[in-house]
Design a protein around this ligand. Structure first.
Ligand SMILES: [Zn+2]
Ligand SMILES: [Zn+2]
Length: 103
C-alpha cells in the first residue's frame, strides 16, 4: 500500500487513510488529516467519513449543477408568477375602483 499522491509506502511510521468515495489511499501530508484522525479513519465502525480532495471537488461540481438546475426552475416559476400577477393585477384594481365608485 502506498499513498496515491506522493507514493510513500505505509509502514510503522506512515499510516494511510482511504477515501470513502474513491477508496484511494492518502498519507498524513496528502490527506490533510492528523495521525490521530487517520488512525480513527482506519476503524471499521466510525461516525466520520473522509473524502479526498478529488472527491470533494466532484461533490462540489455536482452540488453546483443541482443549484444551477434549481435556479433555472425557480426563475421559470417566478416568470410565470409575474405573468399571472400582470394579468390579475389590472383586473383587481379595476374591480376595487368599481366598488368604490358604485358605493
Ligand atoms: Zn502522500
Ligand atoms: Zn476520493
Amino acid at each position: 500500500m502506498a499513498c496515491t499522491r506522493c507514493n510513500i509506502p505505509s509502514g510503522r511510521l506512515k499510516k494511510l487513510a482511504s477515501c470513502d468515495g474513491c477508496r484511494k489511499k492518502y498519507c498524513e501530508g496528502c490527506s490533510g488529516l492528523s495521525m490521530e484522525e487517520i488512525t480513527y479513519m482506519q476503524q471499521d465502525k466510525r461516525n466520520l467519513k473522509y473524502h479526498c480532495g478529488d472527491c470533494l471537488e466532484f461533490d462540489t461540481m455536482r452540488l453546483l449543477k443541482t443549484v444551477t438546475y434549481d435556479k433555472d426552475k425557480i426563475i421559470n416559476m417566478m416568470d410565470e408568477n409575474i405573468k399571472k400577477l400582470n394579468k390579475d393585477l389590472p383586473g383587481d384594481i379595476e374591480r376595487k375602483n368599481a366598488k368604490i365608485t358604485s358605493s
